[in-house]
Design a binder for this molecule. Structure first.
Ligand code: PGA
Length: 261
């Protein structure tokens, strides 16, 4: 995988937004896989700024969601559907019709998972999938020891993830759903380009295990090592435990400009 070390979260957001803009210039109806959480917000802000400035036309873009809580009432502001509509779909000037995601309120969750996996294939597959990383190494909500071949399915959150996400529920752990639907690791690996962003010192251990550790389901993000086009963008703090940081800096500084991310 390619590792790109940038000074801070703003620079990361601009770099990844530019890669998304380049994709949209090549393929205006690209299917963009988006992630929730705090980390990707600078990407969405930078991409919306490009759209507002007329630097890219996102009017035909399609947006696919990575994961969703199970059991939140429809329209709950912290459901990932509502979050992605608020943070990505609306700012890009898209309509809800451009959005696809798993149905976390379905009576038959298993059927909803299978339907979402099929819908992604029928939509032509994800062109660029943004990923965050949990402090426990998860991608999407594929918690440690998720099968590297997994498909979209229901998962139980770890106590660590519940604690990490309580900030979105007024700090009240009891309000955080215990179950989620997540694209599986096998599903995620089918996207044409994976872009994982990690910022802050709290992610440094997970990033080091992902990039320099063995491929192992105990670190789900390490599955990116199996993908032919995976980019890991990290700020200096998240890169602080990478032994090969200087090598990654050297490689990226000498990369031919035309290659892009
Ligand atoms: P965060 O979440 O961006 O809010 O840290 C990342 C994740 O859990 O994947």
């Amino acid at each position: 995988m390619e590792v790109v070390i940038v000074p801070d979260a703003k620079a990361a957001g601009e770099l990844i937004a530019e890669a998304m803009a380049q994709l949209l210039r090549r393929k205006p109806d690209a299917l963009l896989g988006v992630a929730t959480g705090s980390t990707p917000l600078p990407i969405y802000e930078a991409l919306a700024a490009q759209v507002d400035a007329g630097a890219v036309d996102a009017s035909k873009a399609r947006i696919a969601q990575l994961d969703e809580y199970v059991g939140l009432p429809t329209g709950h502001p912290e459901s990932y559907r509502a979050t992605v509509l608020r943070q990505v779909v609306d700012p890009l000037g898209l309509s809800e019709a451009a959005f696809m995601g798993p149905d976390g309120s379905a009576a038959d969750v298993q059927a909803a998972c299978e339907a979402y996996d099929s819908a992604l294939v029928e939509a032509g597959g994800v062109d660029l999938q943004l990923l965050g990383i949990g402090t426990d190494g998860h991608i999407g909500f594929n918690e440690p020891c998720s099968s590297l071949a997994s498909r979209t399915r229901i998962k139980t959150l770890t106590e660590q993830t519940i604690a990490d996400n309580a900030r979105f529920f007024d700090g009240d752990l009891s309000q955080v759903p215990r179950h989620v639907i997540t694209q599986g690791i096998g599903t995620i690996l089918e996207a044409r380009h994976l872009v994982l962003l990690a910022t802050g010192e709290g992610k440094a251990d997970a990033v080091a295990a992902t990039v320099e550790g063995p491929v192992a389901s105990v670190v789900p993000a390490s599955a990116l090592q199996l993908h032919p086009h995976a980019t890991v963008v990290v700020d200096e703090a998240a890169a602080s435990k990478l032994k090969l940081a200087d090598y990654f800096r050297h490689t990226y500084a000498n990369k031919p400009e035309w290659q892009g991310l």
